[in-house]
Design a protein around this ligand. Sequence first.
Ligand code: NI
Length: 139
Amino acid sequence: MGDVVRFGVSMEEELLEKFDALIREEGYGNRSEAIRDLIRREIIESEVRKEKGDVVGVIPFLYDHHRNGLTRRLIEIQHGVSSAAFNVHFHLDEHMCLEVIIMRDEASRVRSLADDIRSVKGVEYCEVLMTRPALSHHH
Ligand code: NI
């Protein structure tokens, strides 16, 4: 981490009171810490949106493994992507499986894998979450 710079921030009293209440709830020790985290999150989210560099992607999806050819199709799709990934498989009941892919790759590839999975007939739910390790996060 580089030099620490101090700067002043002006804002309405009411807004600041709400902010203080919020960060107290979230367990922050002081405003600086909370503001640093907010700024880091904004930068990360902006970079993820612009698809610069690798991200960590989490793709949870739900499907019925009894459905013909579905499991096979899902496995084929995943083998077609060569990135660092691993899966969590949770057998919810006799039919339904919840699977979670956790991977590290470019945002566009994470998104395209989620799109492919979602488009398979019989997949009932498929989300995609992306983040990346924060820049110089000190505690
Ligand atoms: Ni299962």
